[in-house]
Design a protein around this ligand. Structure first.
Ligand SMILES: Nc1nc2c(ncn2[C@@H]2O[C@H](COP(=O)(O)OP(=O)(O)OP(=O)(O)O)[C@@H](O)[C@H]2O)c(=O)[nH]1
Length: 358
């Protein structure tokens, strides 16, 4: 039996160490582990449940289940809710199953040979066991930093089952493999956040210069391929130094943020507005001819002029100068930046609050 366990454990460890796509929902990236466990234990189903809040659990949410179609989320659980993507997943409330929650929270595995009689699972009688046809359960805790994060439930439907120590040890291994996979998912999510931050201007939330360079590289090659025009609008706030000097840097920051929001409302989602630095911004407009870019710039200018910046009781109005150019697809992008910068310089010389097209 010991040999059999080490063989099965080895298989499970190998499977769970394989690289999987963790960008999707829970069922997809836990699927291989629980299906392997189901097969090895010869059990009817395995489900994975996670606490909604690791420190103050109120609910256990069923995030994966071998009953669901091959690692997919059943369609009636799917939600567009970004705040709570698990809103429609099945869940169990602490208040309905206090004994079971306490048992799981203590971190000890539950081998309920007869689930209807075992003291840790008997409160499932009527509500969970019979509707799901479950008669025997082997539940092992998923840990994170030594704290219970959730539980792997191995559930049998064919009557009472005597769980051996070997099977308990194997089920604990399934929980450990899930724990590791969940950690990989967490690291991936952190990496995504860092990537976003690396391309974002911290003050305004707009894209930064690093993103702009990446974006323009891709857009230039796309526009070269399909022969369309890429345009750029550079914007520089007028007499911004006076605002900082008169009201302070904090108010200057508020101005930069409200100005950015105002511009974003005018631009299309496929346009890229980035903060080059200080009070200087650049909008890159894909598939836009110079005339049309000039119209967009004029629309932006008018919107900025009409914008009333609100900060407490303070009401402020600003203007900006605009330089518009067509991006030279055959030249390095720095050339187009120089062109746009030169146009802004001309707008400043022409009295500010105007658009110059070059
Ligand atoms: N509040 C705030 N101010 C900034 C930030 N970055 C740059 N500035 C300020 O922006 C001002 C830019 O001043 P100038 O380059 O003289 O330009 P300006 O006053 O807008 O004058 P013109 O462009 O000629 O109309 C300086 O006072 C900078 O300190 C920032 O992140 N927050």
């Amino acid at each position: 039996m010991q040999n059999r366990l080490s063989e099965l454990t080895q298989r499970l460890r190998r499977i769970s160490s394989e690289e999987v796509d963790v960008s999707g929902e829970y069922p997809s990236f836990l699927s291989d582990i629980i299906h392997e466990g189901q097969l090895s234990l010869g059990i009817d189903r395995i489900s994975v449940w996670l606490f909604d809040d690791i420190n103050h659990p109120v609910k256990l949410i069923n995030v994966a289940n071998t009953d669901w179609p091959a690692g997919q989320v059943p369609s009636h659980f799917q939600t567009e809710d970004e705040e709570d993507p698990l809103a429609f997943y099945p869940s169990l409330k602490y208040t309905d199953f206090p004994i079971y929650f306490s048992a799981i929270s203590s971190g000890v595995s539950i081998a309920a040979n007869d689930a209807e009689q075992d003291e840790s699972t008997l409160e499932f009688n009527g509500i969970y066991l019979q509707p799901n046809g479950i008669t025997t359960m082997l539940d092992t805790v998923i840990f994170k930093n030594g704290i219970p994060l959730g539980v792997v439930c191995c559930e049998g439907r064919g009557g009472v089952r005597e769980w051996s120590e070997t099977e308990v040890a194997y089920a604990e291994m399934i929980a450990d493999c899930c724990s590791r996979r969940l950690l990989v998912k967490e690291l991936w999510q952190l990496q995504q956040k860092l990537r976003l931050l690396a391309f974002q201007d911290a003050l305004t939330g707009l894209k930064n210069r690093r993103y702009l360079m990446d974006f323009t590289r891709r857009e230039i090659s796309r526009h070269l391929r399909n022969g369309s025009t890429l345009s750029a609008v550079m914007v520089d706030l007028d007499h911004f130094k006076r605002i900082n000097d008169k009201y302070g840097h904090d108010v200057g920051d508020v101005v930069l943020r409200q100005f950015s929001e105002c511009c974003l409302q005018i631009l299309r989602t496929e346009d890229c507005l980035c903060r080059l630095g200080g009070e200087e911004f650049l909008a890159v407009l894909p598939a836009t001819k110079l005339d049309d870019a000039a119209t967009v710039a004029e629309r932006l200018r008018a919107a900025v002029e009409a914008l009333v910046i609100k900060h407490g009781a303070l009401r402020l109005q600003i203007t900006a100068s605009f330089g518009v150019c067509e991006v030279e697809l055959q030249q390095p992008f720095s050339q187009s930046l120089k062109l746009a910068d030169n146009a802004v310089y001309q707008a400043k010389r022409a009295g500010r609050n105007c658009v110059v097209v070059v």
